[in-house]
Design a protein around this ligand. Sequence first.
Ligand SMILES: Nc1ncnc2c1ncn2[C@@H]1O[C@H](COP(=O)(O)OP(=O)(O)OP(=O)(O)O)[C@@H](O)[C@H]1O
Ligand SMILES: CC(C)(CO)[C@@H](O)C(=O)[O-]
Ligand code: BAL
Length: 345
Amino acid sequence: MSTAAGSQLPPSSIPIYTTVAAYREWRRKAFEERKSVGFVATMGALHEGHLSLVKRSLAENDLTVVSIFVNPAQFAPHEDLATYPRTFPQDLELLSAQSYTASHADSTEPSVIRKASAVFLPTVPEMYPSGISQNTAEQKGTFIEVKGYGHQMEGKSRPTFFRGVATVVIKLFNAIEPTNAYFGQKDIQQALLLKRLSRDLLLSHPDPNHIHIIPTARDPSTELALSSRNAYLTQDGHKVAPVLREALKAAETSWDEGATKSECVQNAVAVIETRKALALSDGLNVDMRLDYVELNNSDDFEVIDAQSRKSEAGSHPVILSGALWVDKTRLIDNIILGDGNKIIA
Ligand SMILES: Nc1ncnc2c1ncn2[C@@H]1O[C@H](COP(=O)(O)OP(=O)(O)OP(=O)(O)O)[C@@H](O)[C@H]1O
Ligand SMILES: CC(C)(CO)[C@@H](O)C(=O)[O-]
Ligand code: BAL
C-alpha cells in the first residue's frame, strides 16, 4: 500500500499517513460517508495492552486509526527519549493481524471484517512546527497545561510530563478528529486528565464521554502490567517486577479489611522491602527503588487523608497507585478502589 510521504517505510496492508494534510484527505471521506472513527494513540513498541485498545476500537467504530509518535515533549531532558523502544515493522505486523467481525442486526446481511484503517506516523517537525525542546524553559510555541491536575501522582515525579502529553494529544485530536478515543487504565491519571482537557476545551472530536478507559492488560502468569518499557528489564529485573502489583494488591486487601490509608501504604511498602531483601539473599543483580505508593481521590488527584478508611470513602473511586524503579525501568501500576465502573468504561 502506498504511503502519503514516506519512501523508507515497510510495505503495509494498512495505509500509513505521515502528514496531517494526507491524513485529512482520508478523514474527509470518512466524514462524508458518516463513518465513525476510533482512535488509539501510542508511542509504538506495541504489545497486547495496545492491542486491547485497538480491539475495542474495532468493535465500536466503522474505522480505526492508530497513531505512533514518540513525543519528545513528554520526556524530561534526563529521561529515555533516545533509547525508547522503536519497533515499527513489528508494530505494523501486529496491527495488520488484528481484526473484528461485525455482524449486522439483520442476520440476512453478511458480516463485515474490520481491520485497522490507517496508521498516523508523523515526524517531529510535523507535530511541532515551531520546534520542540525537552527543556521547558527553552520551549517556544503553543503548549497546553491542565492546571491543578498534573502535579500529583505521576506529575510529582515527572513535573513536565502531563504538559507534554496534553500538548501532543490535543494536536493528535485536532489532526485525527476521532469519534471515540481509547486510553489505558495503566496510565490512569493521563486518561482522566485527557477527559478533563476535552471537557475544558469543549472538544467535539472526541467529547469527554467518547474518551474510553480500558482495563490494564497483564502478563497472564505474573500479572505484571504490560508496558513498552518492560523491554528494558533484565532477566533478574523480570523476576522482581511483579512485586509492584503484589504490593498494590496487599494495600487493596488492607483497605477492604478497614485499615487506614497510612496502614495500606505501609503494607505495600513492606511487600516491596521483603522482595528486595529476598532478591539480595538470592543473589539477584537488581536495583529496586520505590518511587511512591499513594491513594488519591479520582476527581482531583489530591492525596487522601492518612487516617481515611474505606468506610468513609464509600463507593467513591479512590486511585491506589505506585511507581517502582527496577534498575533503569520505571514501572507503574494502579488499582481503582471503590466503584471502578464509574471510571473504566
Ligand atoms: N498494559 C496496558 N493495558 C492497557 N492499555 C495500555 C497498557 N499499556 C499501555 N497502555 C495504553 O496504551 C496507550 C499508549 O501507551 P504507550 O505507547 O505509552 O505504551 P506503554 O506500554 O504505556 O509505554 P511506556 O512503557 O512508555 O509506559 C496509552 O493509552 C496507555 O495507557
Ligand atoms: C497518550 C500518548 C500516546 C501521548 O504521547 C502517550 O502518553 C502514551 O502512549 O501513553
Ligand atoms: N504511557 C506513558 C508514556 C510515557 O511514560 O511517556
